[in-house]
Design a protein around this ligand. Sequence first.
Ligand SMILES: [Zn+2]
Length: 276
Amino acid sequence: MGFEGVLGHEFVGEALEGPLAGRRVVGEINAACGACADCQAGLGRHCAERTVLGILGRDGAFAETLTLPAENLLTVPDDVPDEAAVFAEPLAAAFEILEQVKIQAGARVGVLGDGRLGLLCAFALASAGARVTLLGRHAEKLALAKKRGIDTLRSDADGLPAELRRCQDVVVEATGSSAGLFAALDWLRPRGTLVLKTTTHDVPPASLARIVIDEITVVGSRCGRFAPALDALASRRVDPSDLVEAVYPLSQGERAIDHAGRRGARKILLRVEGGA
Ligand SMILES: [Zn+2]
């Protein structure tokens, strides 16, 4: 987005002002204008005039304080620890899939990519009763899915095993690579649904042909409402706290960023002490 400013859009903190002052809160990251046609239709996440925390026109959460409109804030239930609540934003993005695609209990869903978002998508879809298979590169991350009863598959250069081709009702592409896009199309049954979760694709023309021939429905999916994610955290249907790999104080933010950039790193948190 060419953003310059304070990064960070996933946070849990204490509201200092406004109707929730003194409460522990998370916050939806899109601050919409409230007046345009998209906003009037309840689609503030698509408002053309919006600012986005730590991403577009609004300083983010790697700081002692940040500002968001009061209506963006949600109270965190007391029994949800910070280490789980801080996942509300990416988990909301994962639950967005369930608002966009009707997934029957027992539906076969493939998730491509064991990055942080891919894992959360797998957890969210499994919590909704789907039969999830996660395809990823990192044994340690796949183990996190396996212990939640999710089938896992180590990806390699040879692509999918023959028995897994053309059998999934829904495939979530969360690798952001065009190779991932091909694998997703190999995995889907005819008339299946491809959910695109990442934005860095170049789209090879051959994949467009596959989408036509197999009559694939393609759904772009980005941010979601926080309420379903907070519900899942509060009821422990999803507990992502074992995704946390390390916690750094804000004063060691550069070390934290380096660590987060290591291959296969799980979630790195910054702990911000003090505040206004
Ligand atoms: Zn608007």
